[in-house]
Design a protein. Structure first.
Length: 317
């Protein structure tokens, strides 16, 4: 899909970040640079009057900008004094008197470059550890916002939600899971997958009708959405099968979440279309041996099968 437009709220928030970084660092300016098809653009930046770089200004690619180098090489760039380094003889930033530069790349969630976040100064100096950490942390926050905009765009394409329960569908879940899996593996963060299956759905459809079965599915999905965090992802995979992905969660925490959900289902029985609604669950945590998200799904599916063979309303892990 094409990358979404950046909304005004995001632009304003990023300008506030640039102003804050400029104030803390004492730099001449802080900029968010965007890569276009044939140019680098000052997307937004600090609003101080002495900044020589104003939003909307574009420079053709291939003219040696510091930020273009960051985008191309996908690594942080530190230039103490561009005038002393022959590499930057043709750099247009020097024509503005900006000899010092420190910047990091900003990427879309699909890995394609958005641009760079940087600070620049008119005198030679070295970026402090605090400045480097500040730039890095804010750049990751910007990537998170880009990811949210990207996800919102996907949802607006009407290819995300299950037609019945209105929660994400299998296709969207697997797409997002691939990203979360890659992120967890890259940064060594915990990640848990839970697969849930309604125990009585077939009997309900056969004995009470598909309408009651659909109402039960919708009830179950609504209850599940109420127990998850904003960072979690829930989906209807097929029939009475649901999936729950919980980033940053250890196995014991994921199990506790499912048992809390089971108690909520019991407490809400009076609102359920059928009596004594029960479900089986399989829970697994990302392991070192999991090289793809498909392997994690297979392991979790096996634990779900174990739960179902042991009887209704159980959890295996």
């Amino acid at each position: 899909m094409t990358h979404p437009e950046i909304d005004l709220q995001t632009v304003n928030e990023w300008q506030d970040i640039a102003d804050l970084v400029t104030e803390i660092s004492g730099a001449t300016c802080a900029l968010i640079m965007r890569l276009n098809d044939s140019s680098m653009e000052v997307f937004t930046g600090s609003s101080n009057e002495d900044s020589p770089c104003k939003p909307g200004v574009t420079v053709p690619l291939g003219t040696g900008l510091y930020s273009e180098t960051v985008v191309n090489e996908q690594t942080p760039l530190h230039v103490s004094n561009g005038r002393d380094d022959p590499r930057w003889n043709e750099c247009l930033d020097l024509e503005l008197g900006l000899t010092f530069y420190y910047g990091v790349p900003i990427n879309w969630p699909d890995g394609k470059p958005f641009g760079a976040f940087c600070i620049m100064d008119r005198h030679e100096r070295t970026a402090s550890d605090t400045e480097r950490k500040l730039i890095y942390r804010f750049s990751k926050g910007m990537e998170t916002r880009l990811s949210l905009l990207y996800t919102k765009e996907l949802m607006q394409e009407n290819v995300v939600n299950d037609y019945l329960t209105k929660i994400p569908n299998r296709h969207f879940f697997l797409t997002q899971m691939h990203r979360e899996f890659s992120r967890a593996k890259r940064y060594g963060q915990p990640l848990c997958l839970t697969l849930l299956d309604l125990d009585q759905l077939t009997e309900v459809n056969e004995q009470q009708g598909i309408d009651i079965g659909d109402q039960t599915l919708t009830f179950f999905a609504n209850m599940l959405e109420k127990v998850i965090r904003d960072s979690d992802l829930v989906a209807r995979m097929s029939g009475g099968a649901f999936a729950l992905l919980t980033p940053g969660t250890k196995l014991d925490q994921a199990i506790q979440l499912i048992e809390r959900f089971r108690q909520i289902i019991q407490d809400q029985q009076q609102n359920c279309p059928i009596p004594n609604l029960q479900f089986s669950a399989g829970v697994t945590e990302l392991g070192v041996a999991d090289t793809t998200h498909e392997e994690l799904i297979r392991r979790t599916d096996n634990t779900l099968r174990m739960a179902k063979t042991r009887g209704s309303n159980g959890t295996c892990y």
